[in-house]
Design a protein around this ligand. Structure first.
Ligand code: SF4
Ligand code: SF4
Length: 337
């Protein structure tokens, strides 16, 4: 809900720079308040500021998108069942994380590339059911995928498991040609068919999974759908929610003309509200960090709470409060959200 609301506000205010500036000031004030509340004055000692946890099943990806900041040369790692279980136990049982609203199966890499993906999904589904039985809070399960591996059989299996609450698809470019140019190695026909099939199967199950898309639009095109190819419009029509956006710079990892510079502001909502679990147990500060520059702990050696409140993460929180992001290599060139 929080994430959807944030996206809607971003979309609504995108073309209103004056209001956008005002909102950024408000975001800065919110950051200041949350910093004091959770980390300085500690007014809620049994709660954390985290609202979203991202999980990277696989650090490898089958595509090579033009705008992606992922270092495809880095060693490939895969998440183990034990590590995921460790995280799920925490989310189910530790009250500090009872305000986590979304478990996002996404970071660098493609989630569906994990060879034991079904085992991992089944484990998540089991925790979801356990939470319902025990009447405990459990986050919604969101997955972002490039869609190339979401074949009919896998779609049916995922829907049968009842594991996902929300599926987000990367639907970039606005035309099949531009889609394939931007998303190198992707095939429009395969993607198109996979998305349609998932939506058809989902419709037969009362649209239990919300489906949304993120579309990166080139700077020379308007940020609307009026110019898009009919096949794109057909897919966009299937979405419960669609977001059109310009490319961003993945914490400064991308310099190409695809991204525009934005003024920096105080604080960072992503840092305050998000943590990302990588397949080797490392925890990094946000999903903008595709190459482990912002690792602040490791779940194989520490609890999630210790990482959240640890010295390394607090250094990030403090320096961004003081507008000193230039001192953090990860954040220095980030446009922030
Ligand atoms: S943007 Fe996503 S799908 Fe594209 S190469 Fe990067 S991780 Fe893979
Ligand atoms: S400033 Fe950018 S890189 Fe740093 S924590 Fe925020 S979103 Fe992540």
């Amino acid at each position: 809900m929080y994430i959807a609301l944030r996206d809607q506000l971003k979309h609504y205010f995108y073309k209103k720079p004056f209001i956008w500036k005002g909102l950024e000031t408000l975001q800065g004030l919110q950051y200041w308040w949350e910093y004091q509340y959770y980390y300085n004055w500690k007014l809620a000692p049994n709660k954390s500021s985290i609202r979203e946890v991202n999980v990277e099943f696989s650090s490898a990806c089958n595509l090579r998108c033009q705008f992606c900041g992922l270092d495809h040369e880095k060693p490939k790692t895969l998440m183990s069942v034990e590590l995921l279980q460790n995280l799920l136990d925490t989310l189910l049982n530790d009250p500090h994380f009872s305000k986590v609203q979304v478990l996002n199966l996404y970071n660098g890499g493609e989630t569906l590339l994990h060879p034991k993906r079904l085992e991992l999904f089944e484990l998540i589904a089991e925790y979801k059911k356990r939470a319902q039985r025990e009447k405990k809070h459990f986050p919604e399960i969101w997955m972002v995928t490039n869609g190339m591996l979401l074949r009919e059989k896998l779609s049916a299996q995922l829907l049968e498991m009842d594991v996902l609450d929300h599926l987000r698809l990367s639907l970039d470019g606005g035309t099949p040609e531009r889609f394939e140019e931007l998303r190198v190695n992707a095939k429009w026909k395969v993607f198109n068919q996979n998305v349609k099939t998932f939506c058809e199967l989902n419709n037969k199950r009362q649209r239990k999974v919300k489906v949304s898309s993120i579309t990166i639009v080139d700077d020379d095109k308007p940020l609307n759908t009026s110019w898009m190819h009919p096949e794109f419009l057909e897919l966009l029509d299937l979405m419960d929610h669609k977001e059109l956006r310009r490319a961003h710079n993945w914490a400064g990892d991308i310099e190409a003309g695809l991204v525009k510079e934005k003024n920096h502001k105080m604080g960072c909502g992503m840092l305050m509200h998000q943590m990302v679990l990588l397949p080797n147990g490392d925890v990094t500060v946000c999903c903008n960090d595709l190459n482990s520059k912002g690792v602040v702990g490791n779940l194989n050696k520490q609890s999630l709470l210790d990482v959240c409140n640890g010295e390394e993460r607090r250094k990030y929180l403090y320096l961004l409060l003081k507008n000193r992001k230039k001192e953090l290599p990860l954040c220095a060139e980030c446009e922030t959200f």
